[in-house]
Write a protein of this length. Sequence first.
Length: 638
Amino acid sequence: MQFYSVQEIANTTFGNAEQNIEKLSDQIQIGLASCHAATEIDQQLIGNPVDVEQFQATGWRIENNREGAHSLDTLIAPDHRTVHVVRRFEFEHARQSMSVAVQDAATRHVHVFVKGSFERIKKIARVDSVPADYDAVTAAWAKQGCYVLALAHRDLGEMDLGSVSRMPRAQLEAGCSLVSLLLFRNTLKEDTPQAIAELRGGDTRSVMVTGDTALTAAYIARECGMVDATARVVLGTIEDDALIWRDTATDKVVDDINAEICAVTAQDPQVSQVELAVTEAAFNWLIKIFARMTPQGKITCVNLHMERAVTAMCGDGGNDTGALRAAHVGIALSEAEASIVSPFSSANPSIMSCVTLLREGRAGLATTLAAYKFLVNYAVVMALLLEVTQFYFSVVVPEAVWIMVDGFTTSIMILSITQAQTAKKLAPSRPTGQLIGAHTLASIWGQAAINIAFLYGSIGLLFAQSWFRCNEFDSSDIDTSLWWLLGDNYEAEVISIVCLFQFINAAGVYNFGYRYRRVWATNYLLVLMYSAFLAVVSAIALADPNRFGCVFRINCGNTQTVRDLGYSASTVHISEYNNPLGHNVMPRHFRWTLWAMCVVNAVVCLAYEKLVVLGPVGRRVKAWWVAKHGDSKIQFKL
């Protein structure tokens, strides 16, 4: 908000807009310097931005308590004129105005100034002081995007300051005359149009709820792109206890608003070139612009939007605090009092913070669902594959494999999934939030089916080997009290290798960012850990008997048995193998074949998630479903 100019009113006639404060009458200068609630703390002006901007434009300075008990502040002009503030009535939303009583030190006269919305000041000012073209002039300034306030004045003459201190507010303000319009410029921040465009592209409807006049709001809405530049804006307000719709461009009454809207939407049902703007009075009767809204009006507006959509509210002033608290998500674009009641606050007073929050929120939801699906996949592989298969073959996966899965792979990979970075651009839709929705289940059960097929395919491949047929595990031939050694066999070995690959690859599957997180390779921690774990498991699966593999009891055996097979025996001390063979070393060609199956398993899982669940197949299925059953997506409003 920037101070623009002052347009004086003399003898019910508007003068020219003047930006040089020194060229204004003494009366107007005193009003500008005194009629505000700004104060100075540690040589810094504190208060409403409009008040601060207004006072700074005068060049005056504030000194506190120079005139004893009857003076709040002393104001000193650049030419050393002095004015004492005797009474100050803060701005009230119900009145839409504030007022002060000041004493001119030179004349000893007490002056009352009332500042507020131009509609309110017109109502309380003397009728004979209001220009005939008042409404037209204020509307013209509003249409140019100006924030328009009016200033009224009353000279009480010389009075006892004690009497002034006891007078009721209504008595002090009675009989004031209009003396000027105060004009401020609502200058858009450079990134506002971009933020609005990104929100629109993110399937989020932006709505303006403001205390400014509807005409100013309509101008700003066009400038920022919230309303199309060619759209017709129709303003609804209450006149003579009736709802009246007017075209903001022509000021003509629209007799049949429904016919106007239907005429446009009939040409293109997807696009409406008529936008509706309403004042709070009209909003109480009905329902892209809500103007002249009081704090309570903003709360009501937000609550009604919340009935049909997930609603976020952003604001930078004290009169937004109620609405910020009421909304599903409140974003305070200030470090002031609004940030106390709002769950989110930004030191940068830009609505681009809303885009950032939405991007982060959607990425967070997508990441949460990815972590959830990873853990469900872990449970499915554990229950349907490991446990059932172990029970069927009466085997137990070696202890070291359990430790690797539960102590390292699962915990590290799920941490890595959460390190995915937020997408740079806001996606045009939100990620699913359903834990057992079609999208989630298609991913989980699709991955489970692929993993089951490859696990049992690997076991089938094992049973097809001639060297294995005479070495099937028979628990009746071993000591089952040594249950932790029931993994000393080919069946448990193959199950361990395949399931380790599947556990690790699940993290890669759910690292796909789709629209909400950045591309797969930018999650550097996951790429590092994914590659490292796959390298470790590959080494275990492919290497000849060695110390590391023997820790996992994979491709290992008793020392003498390993030597008899032609390998160098490991120097790691391990328990004697609990099977008649004394080892579970697989032939090299089978190790490579099994490893290749695991790699193909990983590629198929990645391709299914990328191309089917998140890719063109999934999008086509969703489009077909929406066309047949309708879209039940959650609406978002800001």
